[in-house]
Design a protein around this ligand. Structure first.
Ligand code: SAM
Ligand code: SF4
Ligand code: SF4
Length: 357
């Protein structure tokens, strides 16, 4: 049975846009497409271990399959797609896929989150293909810290990639920084200065206990409150800006007008307005970053399901969505990493680098 499409006011579109709502009234708007589970970095908050199991090549969705699923999601109300990974730029011919997705009717925004290592080589082609926005993960400006955090020596390439994205003309360039106590928390002002200098908006992210974060502990989390203290000590009073959408980042403004964001997934979870879901490179659809169960859309697709059947399944599952993973964990006083390594090894779909963050 297909779940009903209920109408509700939508601030971005007035009253006209029908929205598919879950059990908490949250619309399906935002889809993260992981295009590969491989990565050229080994960030300690995401892939701190060795011996990961990769998806068999034959299981990975083709560009045509991704574009078809994207079109089905778009017909159900998704208007924002984000390419992610693993490292999305490791997927061969990514600009071809970007071009296909940019043409999907209803897609208002096509973005990508990347570690930036390979961005210099492909920024121009991606922009030409129709990619609208780029977010680069940048945790440090110090080469030694970069090496310790990612187990690779690629800071210079990331900075070149950021420069190439600017040169290619991407508007609204964003930088994402996962902040870890004792690792890069002393760099917050320098990172903000850097972002301001290149006209990018920086978002500081609390270290989450999700997926492969097997080294996570609460005392390594730098809370939003602490981040604001650290920034205030250097830049003076900081003003909170009013929220205008369901984006996870809360935005703040320095006295000189510099705007930055904080994504406080651990201390201030934003599940109440979460409109995003994730499709892995092999077509598993997860309706929460913390969900242990996904739905195998590849099996449906390759089993011959038509668009109407796919749409019906997606609508029904979204309608039943009850997930509030981060919020539920926020009440656990003995919070530890979400999953032990043994469970991640047994089911690699639980990894953050499979789901796309
Ligand atoms: N490889 C690309 C990159 O790093 O930008 C895209 C995939 S990565 C999984 C997407 C985002 O997830 C990155 O910004 C990364 O910093 C974030 N992330 C991964 N593990 C995290 C964790 N434990 N806590 C908070 N953010 C995390
Ligand atoms: Fe780091 Fe992104 Fe790779 Fe994870 S997927 S290890 S966050 S670069
Ligand atoms: Fe959305 Fe799940 Fe993250 Fe909450 S924990 S914001 S429901 S993805």
């Amino acid at each position: 049975m297909t779940a009903p499409l209920r109408r509700r006011p939508d601030r971005r579109y007035g009253m006209r846009m029908p929205a598919l709502l879950d059990r908490h009234g949250r619309p399906l708007r935002n889809l993260r497409l992981s295009v590969t589970d491989r990565c050229n970095l080994r960030c300690q908050y995401c892939m701190p271990d060795d011996g990961y199991r990769w998806l068999p090549r034959g299981d990975v969705l083709s560009f045509e399959e991704i574009a078809r699923l994207a079109a089905v999601f778009a017909a159900l109300g998704v208007d924002e797609l984000r390419l992610t990974g693993g490292e999305p730029l490791l997927r061969q011919d990514l600009p071809v896929l970007a071009g296909m997705l940019a043409r999907v009717p209803g897609v208002r925004e096509l973005a990508m989150t990347t570690n930036g290592v390979l961005l210099r080589e492909s920024a121009g082609a991606l922009r030409q293909a129709g990619l609208h926005r780029v977010t680069v993960s940048l945790d440090t400006l110090d080469a030694d810290t970069f090496r310790r955090l990612s187990r690779r020596d690629d800071l210079a390439r990331v900075l070149d990639g950021i420069a190439a994205a600017r040169a290619a003309g991407f508007a609204g360039l964003k930088l994402d920084t996962v902040v870890i106590d004792g690792v890069n928390d002393h760099e917050l002002p320098a990172l903000l200065d850097y972002a301001r200098g290149i006209g990018a908006e920086l978002r500081f992210i609390e270290y989450m206990d999700v997926g492969g974060a097997t080294r996570w502990s609460m005392d390594r989390v730098v809370s939003r409150a602490r981040m604001l203290e650290l920034l205030q000590a250097r830049f003076g009073p900081i003003r909170a800006l009013r929220r205008t959408d369901s984006a996870p980042a809360e935005r703040f403004e320095l006295g000189d007008g510099t705007v930055f964001g904080i994504i406080a997934s651990v201390t201030q979870p934003f599940c109440a307005t979460c409109d995003r879901s994730r499709l892995t490179a092999d077509g598993m659809w997860f309706r929460c970053l913390y969900a242990e169960q996904g739905t195998d859309l590849r099996a449906l697709l390759r089993g011959g399901a038509g668009d109407a059947e796919l749409a019906g399944t997606i609508a029904e599952l979204w309608h039943a969505r009850d997930d509030r993973g981060a919020e539920r964990r926020a009440h656990d006083p003995h919070r530890r990493p979400l999953l032990p390594q043994s469970q991640l090894r047994a089911n690699p779909h639980l990894e953050m680098h499979k789901r796309g963050g």
